[in-house]
Structures are given as structure tokens and as C-alpha cells.
Ligand binder design. Sequence first.
Ligand code: ME8
Length: 520
Amino acid sequence: MSDGSSFYITTPIFYVNDVPHIGHAYTEVAADVLARWHRQSGDDTWSLTGTDEHGQKILRTATANGVTPKEWVDKLVAEAWKPLLEIVDLSNDDFIRTTDERHETNVQKFLQHLYDAGHIYTGEFQGYYCVGCEEYKQPGELLDGEGEYEGQKVCAIHSKPVELLNEKNYFFRMSAFADQLLALYEERPDFVQPESARNEVVSFVKSGLADLSISRTSFDWGVKVPWDESHVVYVWFDALLNYITAVGYGADDEEFARRWPATHIVGKDILRFHAVIWPAMLLAAGLEVPKQVFGHGWLLVGGEKMSKSKLTGIAPSQIIDTFGSDAFRYYFLRAISFGQDGSFSWEDLAARYQAELANGFGNLASRVIAMVSRYCDGVIPTAGELTPAEEAIVALERSVTDAASDAISRLAIHEAIASIWELVDALNLYITEQEPWALAKDPANRARLETVLATVVRGLGTLAVLLSPVTPKATAKLWTALGGDGSVAEQRIDRAWEWTGGASVAPLEALFPRIEASGE
Ligand code: ME8
């Protein structure tokens, strides 16, 4: 584990045309688990999230609601998007809004720099634009409309008609960077992950890279082009720059050097923006490209990408009010292989909650605390002579720590959790086999009883530290109940297995209480 090295992780910045659903929350918690893991591994970690507030989509929503775009975004950020961070228990270090002064000023600086260096020219463009995607579409990416959209071309993602635009715009000479991008994908196979995402991006660039229209004149809700205020900057060009304006680009060179480059977690729908356009922009500006772009899959409902506009959106609070934020975080990261699509179902969520969190982990914790209270008056015993059974547990603590760290370094969050769960299962089995309740009946077995209880206490402590990034609330309670010093979130993951127990246990309420059926 790289001690003290810089780890900067970002989520996409979300459009605030509507309220968040569990797809957005999924991205947030995935990035948050990685950030917490790296913090607990001693890395100089910085995690960023935020909101994307310019462009036509937001402007139209605001107009339809009879308010100015600024009034609209301020309301949605305050009432829906910032509260989301609390709801899912995010530990982000910063929150950037594209309407922040620190962002707008430095977007202009970046643009001026590219203009002065000759990477921007004036051109005329005609093309189909999808306001939902905020993107020009190639004819091959469109479908023929049906029903009310009969005779029109519709966006394959939004199922809404695209608009034929014809404007005089500024263009970014992106085509000039095709060879450098291909060399980048070749030299750094990890740059775009997972492999399926990398292949898609490579073949997209190989099929030919066009220049990019980066300004608009038909509306004015955006950052003004610094040398021509009749244009606003194309919303994606503006938005991508959040990743550097948030860490001092143009304002604080020291901070920028300390943080940049970043690991970007994005949904696969916006992979090309991050793996093609964004590195091309950075290459043009003479800046380092990102460390990695990871495209995760979609949450599907009824086989389709969940979305508010298709009325398949589920609000995070619908799940969290019943199951809690820890279960939300655990469920989505455990049940879905990170990088692939996953279908959400209430039945699966409830089943995993009961079997894995309540019975597997929560019950283990309650039993151990109860046995130390009952058999040792709450004083945590020290282990005596270890038999192969205890040695196997200690060895497993080490091996699952290594396996989970390795999985996290590959962003295989589901694998990391599965490795840690081997320890949950092993501890449950160990208790069943050692039968501490039987040992407690005969004072002659006292030393053996203490060794068994000391072993499960240290195993639980290891679990608390390793699971703290995933289930921060439950593990904080468990750590306190085990008499751990300080906060569990400050314990080093790579040394989790060294901990041998606090002085005494404290009472512990059920970590994952039984859920009463609500007719869901
Ligand atoms: O695209 N399943 O913002 P956005 C999984 N503002 N993840 C989902 C999802 C689903 N059904 N739906 C959304 C934008 N997401 C731009 C980004 S970045 C410089 C600008 C997640 O509000 C997923 O991570 O449409 C996706 O990339 C992100 O929300 C996009 O949110």
C-alpha cells in the first residue's frame, strides 16, 4: 500500500434538472468507498463531487418552472443534491458547482489558453442535437421515432426527438489529438477500464475523430467565451473542467500539483467525454491526463436504464428510510460487479440484508459482545496458547486484508467485499465449532474460553476496520463496543489484523435490525 501517495477521486457532476435517483447515489457511494479505503490506507486522499448547472437542459427546465436558471439550480442543489450526500453518508472533501466563481473564471482561463495556442477556430456546424444528452449525435446513433414522434429522429438513450441545429461556433481541433490518444490507450492499458470500456473507446477513436463544437449562441446560460461574449461555452467543455478548477487550476499551483491527476468514476454513458474529449483537452493545454477513467454499469429497472424521464427512477430515501445508508452502500456494491450493469430488485435487497448483514455480520457482533459480557464481566480476555483453529483465523485476517486491498486497487469493489466476507463466515463457523457456551460451563476450560473469545474479538475488530469504508455507521458502533481507541475511520486498513482488542466491551444495539414488512 502506497503510504502518503496522492489519491484524487471524482464522481461525475450531476445535472440538476431533476432530483437524484439511486443511479446517481450508486456512483456517489462507489467513489466514496474508494476514497475512504484510500484514506484508511494512509494515502493523501481528496474526493470531489458536485453539480453541472449550465446548458440548455437546465435552462429549459427552469423556464418551464417559471424561474430563472440560477434560482432553479440554487433550489435543487440546496433541497435535493446536497441532502443526498447526507442521506448516503458521503465523506467528500469538496463539492463544486459549475456556477461557482472559482470554476467560471478558470474555465475562461483554460479556454483563452487554448485559443492563444491555436487549438480553437471558428466554423459552421449543422447537426442533430439531443438536449437530454447535451450532445450532437451522428445520424447512425439515432432511431426512427414512433407514436407521437412518428417521422422524427429520436435519441436512442432518451427516446426524445433530436433538434437540427445550424450555428456558427468555435471549434476545438480535437482531431489533431487522435494519434496521441491512441498511443495513450496503448501505453497505459489501465487508463480506461474496465476492458470492455477500453475497447469501445479505442475503436471509437480509430474510426476517426472529428473536431468538437465548443460554443453556443442560441442561448446564454453558460460561461461566456472570454474573447467573444456572444458565445457561451458548450456545457460539456465547461463541465469537464470542474475536475481541475476544483483543485486549484489557474489559482493555486501548489494545490493543483498536489492533487492532479485524478481517478474518474463515471457511468458508461459518459465514457467518451471522459476518455476521449477530456484527455484531448488536457493534452492541448499541456496538462497531465487523468490517472484513470473507470466506466461503471447502469442500474436497470425492468431491463432499462433507470431514469426519471422514463419514470423508473427510485429515490435513495425510498430504500434508506427502511434499510439505512449502510445497507444501501453495501447492497449496491456487493450485489453488482463494479463495471457491469445490475438489476435492482426489492426482493434481492431484502434477502441480502437479512442473510448477510443481519444474520451474517450483525448477529456475529451481537453474540460476541454478549458472550464477553456474560462470561468475562465485559472484560476482553487475552489469548493464551493458539491452536491451528485460531492460527487459521489470524492468517485469514491477513490474507483477506491483502486480497481486498488488491481488489480495490483494481476498482473491483464487489470482490473486495466478497473477500472480507470470507472472514465473517469463518468467524461464524469458528464460534459454532468452538462452542464457547459449552466451554463456559466448566471452569477447567477457562483458558480455552478466553482464547476463543479473544480470537473472535480481534476478528471482529479486523472486520470493523475493513468494512468501515462500506458500512461506516455500523462499524463505528462496533468499534466502540469492542473498546477500540479513537474512530474506526482512522484505523489503518493494512494493519487491521494487528489489533488484538480493547480493554472491555460496551453494549451494542443490533447493527442491522429486523425490517418489519411494509407491503413493499
Ligand atoms: O451526465 N445507473 O450528469 P447526469 C447507474 N452532468 N448510474 C447512473 C444511472 C443509472 N441508471 N443514471 C445516472 C451527466 N447514473 C453530466 C456529467 S461530468 C463532467 C458531467 C450516474 O446527472 C452515472 O454515473 O446525467 C452517470 O454517469 C451519472 O449519474 C450522470 O449523471
